[in-house]
Design a protein. Structure first.
Length: 351
């Protein structure tokens, strides 16, 4: 897939997720096969960039490229300034958020709230594209509500403005994350424009990724929530697309190495106090399907030092390795619609 001058290694993209897709998680997903990773959104109001949270999201120059940074706001001039500032900090692709359904974002007429004002959408896209020399991409939903679906119109506005790739989450803003993603709308968008379209929403298994690619005609897949606790989904999906079968589940030793590396990167980026707090949610996701995971999480969430967290993880995976060679991180329950063969699971645990 091509985005401006950048040819991606594969069509799998990590979706931007606030509070999740920070630098350590992006690097982990990239290492496990994601063709592109997108930062958690950065406010377009550069006056707020001095906060601790914003400082951890900037700069970008030391990341492997292409570096895609998502910006959010509602003012064309402010978004243009933010785009230029992020490029100065190392961004190689600017992504504009018009897909976030969060109330605190929509109250500021940003995120998916922008979809209600097509003229403003055009003004924003034109201002940002003119402001920078790097590719500009856009993430949207299918509309504001089931009665106000306008993804096709927005897609054409985006193409005319010079947007070079479009990600579509297959729900309206009103639907938030309820119900099922509407891939038929994504298919219509993909057929209507010449720029790459990424399908997003409910893609939680390699089989689902393949089916969505085939049925929508999308150029690529954007995976979000399914990567939480399972960055291996990129590795597994690449293998499935190439070979038509799932690879073995991760070995316990490999999983331990990846998790410990992620933990250390969190501690280093945020400092011990904040890093320890942020690590708790990630370890909750990693262990939610593992044997003894609930008991582990209860103890882990009471630990208040980096050393104690590291020791607990080492001990947990050591104990796990006494009972199994591979672990069900990345188990996929696949519907008949995805495989045509009923329910399947990825990676049986070795006895």
């Amino acid at each position: 897939m091509q985005i401006g001058p950048y040819t991606l290694d594969n069509p799998l993209v990590l979706a931007p997720m606030a509070g999740v897709t920070d630098r350590p998680f992006r690097q982990l997903c990239r290492d496990l096969g994601a063709g592109l990773v997108v930062s958690e959104m950065v406010t377009a109001d550069t006056r707020l960039w001095q906060s601790r949270k914003s400082r951890t999201r900037l700069p970008h120059a030391d990341e492997p490229g292409p570096v895609s940074v998502q910006i959010a706001g509602a003012d064309p001039a402010m978004l243009a300034d933010a785009a230029r500032a992020n490029v100065d900090l190392g961004a190689q692709i600017i992504d504009i958020n018009m897909g976030c359904p969060a109330k605190k974002v929509c109250r500021k007429a940003a995120g998916s709230a922008l979809l209600r004002d097509e003229a403003l959408v055009a003004d924003i896209l034109q201002a940002v594209v003119r402001a920078v020399t790097v590719p500009v991409t856009l993430k949207i939903r299918t509309g504001w509500s089931p009665d106000e679906r306008n993804a096709l119109t927005i897609a054409r506005i985006a193409e005319d403005a010079g947007i070079q790739a479009l990600a579509v989450h297959g729900r309206t803003r009103a639907c938030r994350f309820n119900g099922h993603a509407e891939y038929d709308t994504i298919a219509r968008v993909a057929a209507a424009v010449r720029i790459p379209v990424l399908a997003n929403g409910d893609i939680d298994s390699p089989e689902k990724a393949k089916r969505v690619l085939e049925t929508t005609g999308a150029s690529g897949i954007m995976i979000g929530r399914a990567a939480q606790g399972n960055p291996w989904i990129f590795r597994d999906t690449l293998h499935y697309l190439a070979h038509g079968e799932l690879p073995p589940s991760p070995e316990v030793g490999d999983a331990a190495h990846r998790v410990l590396g992620h933990l250390g990167a969190l501690h280093q980026l945020y400092g011990e106090d904040a890093g320890v707090r942020i690590a708790r949610k990630h370890l909750g996701w990693y262990t939610q399907s593992l044997p003894g995971g609930e008991t582990f999480r209860q103890g882990f969430n009471r630990l208040d030092s980096a050393a104690a967290q590291r020791h607990a993880i080492e001990q947990y995976f050591h104990n796990l390795e006494q009972h199994t060679d591979r672990i069900p991180i990345g188990q996929y329950r696949v519907s008949a619609a995805d495989t045509g063969e009923g329910v399947a699971q990825h990676g049986d645990m070795a006895a």
